[in-house]
Design a protein around this ligand. Structure first.
Ligand code: FES
Length: 162
């Protein structure tokens, strides 16, 4: 995916700041993600050149750490808990429903850029599982109907703020 000139300039500026730092790759990747929201594929050659690494090394680190996103994130992040307590209360069915309802897999963003779907491993809300987090809010005992209501609430909110 291509990046804008502004994004390219931000990446180059960040690479410049980290070149002299020992073990710079991880902090640099975090800085890029914090600045742009993701680490674009086209950043890899700029990072590799700046830190004197191979592109394969940079790619390897990005794909090893699941925290790094390689595509732009949506305006909202929806996380479905996959940990044990939630699984025992039906989160597998819920996640299958979430993927189907949104038309995306984990790690993907809806075509309109509204929602990124992610798995999460315990939201500290096990007593009221299955749990879902939408942006900063945690929702308890989410079944497929409640999930659909939450999603239409999100979209209505989006429409109202336009
Ligand atoms: S296991 Fe899902 S909130 Fe703890």
């Amino acid at each position: 995916m291509g990046i804008s000139q502004n994004e390219q300039q931000s990446i180059s500026a960040l690479v410049g700041q980290y070149t002299q730092l020992p073990g710079a790759l991880l902090p640099l990747l975090h800085a890029i993600q914090s600045d742009l929201g993701y680490v674009p594929d086209s950043a890899v050659p700029i990072i590799a050149k700046g830190l004197n690494l191979s592109r394969a090394e940079v790619h390897g680190v990005i794909s090893f750490y699941h925290d790094f996103k390689t595509t732009p994130v949506g305006r909202h992040t929806v996380q479905v808990c996959r940990a044990e307590a939630c699984q025992s209360m039906g989160s597998r069915q819920l996640e299958a429903h979430a993927k189907q309802a949104l038309g995306i897999d984990y790690g993907e963003t809806t075509a309109d850029g509204a929602v990124t779907l992610e798995p999460v491993y315990c939201l500290g809300n096990c007593a009221c599982s299955p749990s879902v987090r939408i942006d900063d809010a945690i929702y308890a005992r989410v079944d497929t109907d409640l999930f659909d209501d939450l999603m239409s609430g999100l979209l209505t909110e989006e429409g109202a703020s336009k």
